[in-house]
Design a protein around this ligand. Sequence first.
Ligand SMILES: Nc1ncnc2c1ncn2[C@@H]1O[C@H](COP(=O)(O)OP(=O)(O)OP(=O)(O)O)[C@@H](O)[C@H]1O
Length: 248
Amino acid sequence: MIEVNDIAKAFNGKDVLKGITAEFQKGETNLIIGGSGTGKSVLLKCMIGLVKPDKGNVLYNGRDFYNCDKETRQSIRREMGVLFQGGALFDSKTVEENVRFPLDMLTDQSIQEKQGRVAFCLQRVGLEAASKRMPSEISGGMKKRVGIARAIVMNPKYLFCDEPNSGLDPLTSVKIDELIKEITEEYEITTIIITHDMNSVMEIGQNIMFMYEGAKLWEGISADIIKTDVPELKEFLFSNKLLREMQP
Ligand SMILES: Nc1ncnc2c1ncn2[C@@H]1O[C@H](COP(=O)(O)OP(=O)(O)OP(=O)(O)O)[C@@H](O)[C@H]1O
């Protein structure tokens, strides 16, 4: 479980996060939704240590990420997997080398152990046949799969995905969502996904948090979201024509 307590952050005097408190459960796909510029990415960066919050704390299974010793912080970091927007693959490395990269950087495993783990992860995302290809030779959906394989190669307890569906067609998006949800449940990972994709909200929104101007305005499950009374959330949701037609 990840607990975020009263996280605040300002840039150049502008409050970007205004005291966010939330819990994200193990084995669930936790979604963070909201319009552009509402602070979703900054919150995620505060959680993974890329941006230091001005106030508040983040607890990883009770361990306070910003108020712990160096060794504890290092071990929490090793328990995190991140799927970056756009995949962030190294163009000059093969699929297999991209997935192996965290193992090369962070472990002293033998080459056989690393190859075994990489083969397992590539097989898990259905890409074993593409291991020797270069990123330029594979599709956008396959690149996301490589990103997922790399994000899970260290066997993470926590998985962070920044807009995993961006740039994908609807069918491929659904497949990526399903893969992330399956992996989350199978390995009991606490997964946090930033998304704009309303299909993801409805299909894999086991816990959804809606942000507006740096604050949390709503949280709940997908079955309840379209019954919301929060005007800002209604406006966000029902800008989507399909959902407008489903509006109760
Ligand atoms: N390093 C930074 N320095 C200054 N301002 C920043 C920095 N990072 C983010 N911001 C500002 O913080 C606000 C929130 O940005 P953030 O990227 O979290 O939005 P978002 O909700 O993820 O939006 P989107 O959905 O468009 O990605 C924006 O106004 C952005 O310009």
